[in-house]
Every structure is written in structure tokens, then in C-alpha cells.
Design a protein around this ligand. Structure first.
Ligand code: AMO
Length: 430
């Protein structure tokens, strides 16, 4: 029986181990045959290490094994003359566990670049590329920071249904399907209504989960399934939850700079210190755009072109707040001193919208009349509306597109680069 359990990962090998027996598992990256011995580089998720293989059988095995095959090796650590490796392993046991095909669809060493579609078709292998693995290490680290930040602010993590019986935010962009031949069901486009209801008993909640949008937009920032971080908090106003999202983004960026420099570098990302984030009103944006020759009327949505122009003026993170009420969903609260405006905001990075949120209506009568004003039937929201008769507290929240945030923080140009198995208008596999 082959012992497959490692004693060390590649990154843990250093000169404190010289003279010791170690067992390392990974995949073959390179083999240099120099006759009586072979230099082999094997890589695992932490990095690479160099092996010295001697003895004609072992050298033969090493030379013949296809690159990317899974191996486990045992040997003694010794000092290395190679400039990239402080130590190397003189191999005593060399076991090929699974041979890789000799023709692979992509080159995971990153030396030969492949188009994104080709890489996505071979995603599991693509993750052996250091740059790609670094992105997903950062993605995982970011989620942990977000959870820690929100827990420390008193939020509970919750899980709400993704299969729902009626349209949650008004019906547009929903994927519907047949539910056991009995009725129609839908995939949740956001946890909006649930998270609002949960403030009634749990006060502050957050959810990190997949949401689904039947948007027929094939762009570098749209997916049909995306990951959102959603929060909702009772007894907070919209500017309070803007403070929280600012803190979340700053903490993630700071963690990346302080603890994940190597991954940022491998991902090809710049460090991105997040200082105080500017808060512009919608009307200020109209003025700035007018100065640039982009004339919009109050009430017009900010088009892609307008956002691109604003993104040139404000190249980093900035908020756009106090949007016209009529541009916002039915649950958004008006500004008390100017009911044409709303207590709402988006967090932008350049042209890219990362977050939207706001203060919500908590008065059931106001909510019903707003539904009617927006052409929605209050009767189809009866399940939701009943919670508003149970003492709904005032509340505010936001939804943050995690894939888009990762795009920004890892310097990726396409949202597909930061999602393991992206779903878009064309792609449903792997
Ligand atoms: P919204 O619809 O603006 O708001 O979505 C929130 C954030 O989710 C991200 N996002 C997407 N990311 C990738 N592909 C998509 N198709 C996609 N659609 C949205 C964006 C966006 O800013 N219920 C509200 C949030 C709230 O008010 O709490 C909502 O869903 O980054």
C-alpha cells in the first residue's frame, strides 16, 4: 500500500528540515533529465519544490511520466544549488498515483496562455495555474473577512430559500420552472424580502449566497448566477449601512495587502488602499456629467455611457446616493425632506456598480401604495406584507456583488476570471 499522507507541503520545506525524511504530494510540473539523475519540479497548492531523482528505475519513471500527473514522493531534504529553491529532496520513493493524459487542453504552468473559454472548459486543471489559484485563495480570504466584520457588528448569518413560489422583487429577470407539475417556481434573484422580514426577530442578518438573474446581457460583468453578500439591519438608516459596507470593503482590501501580498502579486493585482469613500448625490453626478457635456434630466437613469464618464472622473470607489425615488424598487424609503428623492445608494468602482442598498419602507400602508404605484399587485406580495403587520422595525440594508468586488480587488477584467464555474447566457458547463 502506498502511503499518500504528506508530511509537508512544498512551501513548508526549508533549511530547518535538512537531513530529515519528508513525504510530499503534488503534480509533476517539469522534468530535466541529465542522464544519471533527473531534476523534477513538483507543485502543490502552496508552491513548488525541486526533487533530485537518482537510480536508473526512478529516473526512467520520472522522465516518462506525463507532466501534471499526480505523484507522491518521499526522500531526504538537502541544501540546493538552484536559485529558486533553498532546499531540495533527494528522492528515495517515487510513486505515480494518477497519470495525466499526454495531451492536455491547456498549459497550467502559465507559459502558454489560453483564451478564457478554453480555460473555463478545463477549469479544474486551470486552477493549477498559480495566477488562477491566487484569485481563488483571495476570494476565500475575502469571504472570511466579510464574515468576521459582520459578526463583529452584531449580524447573524442566515440562509434563505433559493427556490421561491413568487417573484421577490417585482418579477423581472426571474428564472421560472415547473415544480412537480403542480405549480410554477422560481430561482431567487435576491434575498430581499426574506432579509427584511428577518429584521423583525433577528435584528441584524447577513447572507452570502448564489442568486439568479435571467438577464440576457453577455458582458464582462454580468452572470446569470452570481454570489451576493446581503445585509439587513433594524434601527439603522441608510447612511449607517453605507458605513458598514465601507468598512467591509476596506477590511477586505487591507487584509489582502497585509496578509496576502504573494497572492495579489501572483494574481497580477495592484494593492488598493481604501481610504474614506466619497459620497456623491445623484444630483451632483448630473452636474458633473453636464460639465462633461453629458446632459441628463432629473429622473433619468445613469446610462452605461454616463457611468463610464463618471468613472473617469472618480476612478476608484465612490457612492452615488439619493437617487430619484422613481428609479428605485418599491421597498425603498423616500427622503423625508424631499419625497422625490430616495434614501438609497450604489457603491461604484469607476463605471462598475458593486453594491446597491438603502433604507426600506417599514409602514405596511405606504408599502402597499408604493407597490400599486409601481404597477405591482399587493395581493401577490401578501406573504411578505403580513410580516409588516407584526411590528416591523425601520430597517436598511444592501446587496454587494461579491464577484464584482473580487474582479476589482484582483485586477481582473472579466467577472468569469473570479468565478469557478461561471454561468452566463451561453455557458452552463462544466
Ligand atoms: P441589485 O439588483 O442592484 O440589488 O444587486 C446587488 C448587486 O449584485 C450584483 N449583481 C450582479 N453581479 C453579477 N451579475 C449579475 N447579473 C448581477 N446582478 C446584480 C451587483 C449589484 O450591485 N435587493 C437589492 C439589494 C438591496 O437593496 O439590498 C438588489 O438585489 O454588484
Amino acid at each position: 500500500m502506498v502511503e499518500i499522507k504528506r508530511t509537508h507541503y512544498a512551501r513548508q520545506l526549508d533549511d530547518t528540515l535538512i537531513g530529515q525524511q519528508v513525504r510530499v504530494g503534488g503534480w509533476i510540473e517539469d522534468v530535466r533529465d541529465i542522464g544519471k539523475l533527473a531534476f523534477v519540479t513538483i507543485r502543490d497548492v502552496t508552491g513548488a519544490c525541486q526533487l533530485i531523482v537518482t537510480g536508473s528505475d526512478n529516473v526512467q519513471a520520472a522522465v516518462q511520466v506525463p507532466r501534471q500527473s499526480a505523484v507522491v514522493i518521499a526522500g531526504t531534504v538537502q541544501k540546493s544549488k538552484a536559485k529558486d529553491f533553498p532546499v531540495e529532496i533527494k528522492v528515495t520513493e517515487f510513486t505515480i498515483l494518477t497519470r495525466a493524459a499526454s495531451q492536455l487542453p491547456i498549459d497550467p504552468t502559465g507559459r502558454v496562455e489560453s483564451a478564457v473559454d478554453k480555460r473555463l472548459d478545463a477549469r479544474a486543471l486551470d486552477l493549477r495555474t498559480q495566477k488562477v489559484a491566487a484569485i481563488f485563495k483571495l476570494r476565500s480570504a475575502g469571504l472570511q473577512v466579510i464574515r468576521d466584520t459582520l459578526h463583529s457588528e452584531g449580524f447573524l448569518e442566515v440562509n434563505t430559500p433559493k427556490i421561491i413560489g413568487s417573484a421577490s422583487e417585482g418579477g423581472a429577470n426571474l428564472f421560472g420552472f415547473d415544480y412537480f407539475g403542480k405549480r410554477k417556481a422560481y430561482l431567487a434573484q435576491s434575498p430581499q424580502l426574506y432579509k427584511e422580514q428577518l429584521t423583525l426577530g433577528l435584528d441584524r442578518v447577513f447572507e452570502i449566497g448564489p442568486y439568479f438573474r435571467a438577464e440576457n446581457s453577455h458582458t464582462v460583468r454580468h452572470l446569470t448566477e452570481f454570489t451576493s453578500v446581503d445585509i439587513e439591519a433594524a434601527f439603522l438608516d441608510y447612511e449607517d449601512v453605507m458605513d458598514i459596507v465601507e468598512q467591509v470593503v476596506r477590511n477586505v482590501a487591507t487584509e489582502f495587502q497585509e496578509k496576502h501580498k504573494n497572492d495579489l502579486q501572483a494574481a497580477g493585482a495592484k494593492e488598493m488602499p481604501v481610504s474614506k469613500i466619497d459620497r456623491l448625490t445623484y444630483e451632483q453626478c448630473l452636474e458633473e456629467l453636464a460639465k462633461e457635456g453629458e446632459k441628463l434630466q432629473f429622473g433619468d437613469d445613469l446610462s452605461d455611457a454616463a457611468l463610464r464618464k463618471l468613472g473617469e472622473i472618480h476612478s476608484g470607489f465612490y457612492f452615488i446616493m439619493d437617487w430619484p425615488l422613481k428609479l428605485k424598487p418599491f421597498y425603498i424609503h423616500e427622503k423625508e425632506d424631499n419625497p422625490k428623492l430616495s434614501k438609497s445608494f450604489d457603491l461604484q468602482y469607476g463605471y462598475l456598480e458593486l453594491v446597491s442598498g438603502g433604507r426600506r419602507l417599514h409602514d405596511p400602508e405606504k408599502l402597499k401604495s408604493r407597490l400599486a404605484e409601481q404597477g405591482l399587485n399587493p395581493a401577490s406580495f401578501s406573504e411578505h406584507l403580513k410580516a409588516f403587520d407584526w411590528g416591523m422595525p425601520p430597517h436598511s440594508g444592501w446587496g454587494l456583488g461579491y464577484d464584482r468586488l473580487m474582479m476589482v480587488l484582483t485586477g481582473s477584467q472579466n467577472v468569469r476570471d473570479v468565478v469557478l464555474y461561471p454561468r452566463d447566457t451561453d455557458r452552463l458547463t462544466p
